[in-house]
Design a binder for this molecule. Structure first.
Ligand code: PEP
Ligand code: MN
Length: 676
């Protein structure tokens, strides 16, 4: 009775303390300049606690542990107040949260823990059989968040989750860590001697190998989930079967703990990420992490250069993970976790630089760092010290305002190196190179595309062009052979060892076209198809973006920005003639666009003289003008029998004209110190 009375007092005192903490949180919310943590004050509190504890004969270690928990809870509660303030309507809504596994799984427990620090109340926690099924539920709106385990201190990274983060359109919005404490659980009354089978998730079995090895005659059996294995043991009702799971799961399944501390190592911590469909902002005062995903060129020093930008800005990397890219053997996707808020100008500056050296860059999310918890003030103080930037921080962008990735009409414009798009043996945009792209307007049949490919190869082309899906101004014109045409183009490309470029018309075709084509073309008529551009931002294939026939240079750059903002850094701009009052040519080639674009962006710029000219006689002079103006390459339509072409027949070059064009262009290119 006495202990019960004291416990009541303790709980009442803790509640009163939390009330005071919340009043302080409200003050911090209304005063953005007040820091969230005050290390000096925390150190004082620790001193007072240990001093008074000592006077009462309590161990400073014990007292320290309790205070640490109290402070953790207080801090998390304060963060909740801050988020709530940021987006009041979202905060009020209760949410369903998905996870992989059965009730009582570690993910389930971690959701409960995490949401004490998040603004939204949890309506329900929904278990799914697989990670993919949980993400499907997120995408369909069945759940609002999914918690996924991403790494474990014993088992390492959880590869399936990394792969899914790259594939799905999700954002990491929070994280949680959970100290895993496996127990061996069996039917009430079962003993270790009864056991023949121990069931659990393969990762859990792997973490308890030493213990399992000591159980002679027992086989390990894998199950989809730790908690699920506990329920399956209860259902089997067989004393010879036991599960490895959390104590919580054992309790829920009605099992008895046969043995605690069965893991090989004492520290067994799993880190989880909470993903949602929208990115969320983190208050600048909360210690945050940012996760990125990028690919680097396959050349010496490329990865080192990427990482150096973070070092230059004094940003600490927490994790670097490389995962294979199944579509391109021996190339890798890099995952990086950084200390810092994505809105921090130093991080923003590093990202801007990084974009230059990556082919694909995506910010997976920025979220509160919950990996280091309850640090004693000494540790905390060290962690809180912002690293000194090596270079002075650049001009501060407004919170949330995005620096454009494409244009660099900034004071430091000259700093930005020209980017090079590598396809096959081509280095489009390299200052010492000139790239020729040749092929028919449309793929018509196997013989035609094969002959055109031979013409292209013989003329020194580095890429083969050909339309399978044609955006025709009239619905009655030849619309292209579609997927069959793409397959024929790919066959010709393989036969003549040329990577292929083809136009994609619809957002829903992007992924499939990207499986076959090496470069995806956006036609003039689609330059402002923003859904298409957004989709192209997600693929890891270069994009050849043509200028719309009524688009300004600014609009072309804004269109490119869509692709880059989506993550895809490999964009080649293409001037192909614009609509003016002049009717003597199909369009008016805007030669001045070349030097203007070269000055305003780091992206490679090529020219399509064919669609500007409209007639083959004009193609050569326009092409030469483009080369002289500094274009990084040309894309030109050729055809084995132009008279029979199903599309753009008047502008297709014959083999003879093609030879003449190459001769002329090569001469100009040589005087510029470049090579074909
Ligand atoms: C083409 O390249 O065949 C084409 C249709 O070009 P544009 O989009 O520039 O008209
Ligand atoms: Mn054409």
């Amino acid at each position: 009775a006495e202990i019960d009375r004291i416990d009541r007092e303790l709980i009442r005192a803790l509640a009163e303390r939390m009330e005071a903490v919340r009043r302080i949180a409200a003050h911090k919310r209304d005063n953005p300049d007040v820091p969230l943590r005050n290390d000096e004050r925390e150190r004082e509190v620790f001193q007072v606690w240990s001093e008074q504890g000592r006077q009462h004969g309590l161990s400073p270690y014990f007292i320290g542990r309790i205070l640490r928990e109290v402070l953790n809870y207080s801090r998390r509660d304060q963060e909740r107040v801050l988020v709530r303030e940021d987006e009041p309507e979202r905060a009020a809504r209760s949410v369903r949260v998905g996870y992989q596994g059965a009730p009582g799984a570690y993910s389930d427990l971690a959701i409960e823990k995490l949401f004490t620090s998040r603004p939204q109340p949890v309506k329900s926690r929904e278990g799914f059989h697989t990670f993919a099924a949980a993400l499907d539920a997120l995408e369909s709106g069945e759940v609002q968040y999914v918690l996924l385990p991403i790494e474990n201190t014993i088992a390492g990274s959880i590869n399936d989750v990394y792969r899914l983060l790259a594939e799905r359109r999700v954002h990491v919005v929070d994280e949680e860590v959970w100290a895993v404490e496996h127990v061996l659980a069996g039917l009430p009354g079962a003993t270790l001697e009864d056991l023949e089978i121990v069931r659990s998730h393969p990762v859990a079995l792997q973490q308890c190998q030493v213990f399992l090895g000591q159980l002679v005659g027992v086989t390990a059996e894998s199950h989809f989930d730790t908690a699920g294995s506990a329920f399956s043991v209860a259902e089997a009702g067989d004393r010879r079967i036991a599960a490895i799971c959390s104590e919580e799961a054992a309790r829920r399944a009605g099992l008895e703990v046969l043995r605690r501390e069965v893991a090989d190592r004492e520290h067994n911590i799993t880190r989880f990420v909470l993903v949602g469909l929208e990115a969320e902002r983190v208050d600048a005062r909360v210690r945050a992490r940012t996760s990125l995903l990028f690919t680097a060129d396959h050349r010496r020093g490329a990865l080192a250069a990427c990482l150096q930008y973070f070092a230059d800005q004094g940003i600490n990397l927490c994790k670097l993970e490389s995962r294979p890219l199944p579509e391109t053997p021996w190339e890798y996707l890099f995952y990086v976790d950084l200390e810092g808020n994505v809105e921090d100008p130093r991080l923003a500056a590093a990202l801007q630089k990084l974009a230059e050296h990556t082919n694909h860059l995506r910010v997976l999310g920025c979220y509160p760092d919950r990996s280091v918890e309850g640090g004693l003030p000494e540790e905390a103080a060290e962690l809180e010290v912002a690293p000194a930037p090596v270079a002075p921080p650049p001009a501060q962008p407004k919170q949330g305002a995005k620096e454009p990735l494409v244009t660099n009409v900034r004071p430091d414009a000259t700093e930005r190196a020209a980017s090079v798009v590598r396809v096959g043996t081509a280095r489009i945009g390299a200052p010492d190179e000139f790239t020729l792209i040749l092929g028919p307007c449309a793929v018509e049949n196997r013989a035609q595309v094969m002959e055109a490919a031979e013409m292209a190869r013989d003329a020194g082309a580095k890429l083969l062009r050909g339309g399978a899906f044609k955006p025709r101004s009239s619905p009655y014109s030849f619309q292209g052979l579609g997927w069959e045409g793409l397959a024929l183009l790919a066959e010709a490309g393989r036969a003549y060892d040329l990577p292929i470029v083809t136009e994609v018309l619809r957002p829903e075709d992007v992924e499939r076209v990207a499986q076959t084509a090496d470069v995806l073309q956006v036609g003039a008529r689609n330059m402002q198809n923003f859904a298409l551009l957004t989709e192209l931002g997600r693929v890891r294939r270069p994009v050849l973006l043509k200028r719309g026939m009524s688009a300004t240079i600014g609009e072309l750059l804004a269109a490119a920005e869509y692709v880059l903002a989506g993550g895809n850094q490999q964009v080649v701009l293409c001037e192909r003639g614009i609509r003016t009052f002049e009717t003597a040519t199909r369009a008016t080639l805007d030669v001045s666009a070349v030097p203007v674009l070269k000055a305003r962006t780091h992206l490679p710029v090529i020219v399509d003289p064919s669609h500007a000219a409209g007639v083959r006689e004009l193609v050569i002079p326009l092409a030469l003008a483009a080369v002289a103006a500094g274009a990084d390459g040309l894309i030109v339509e050729v055809h084995p029998n132009p008279d029979e072409a199903l599309c753009d027949k008047d502008q297709a070059l014959t083999a003879d004209q093609l030879r003449e064009l190459v001769r002329g262009a090569e001469a100009v290119v040589r005087t510029q110190g470049r090579t074909f």
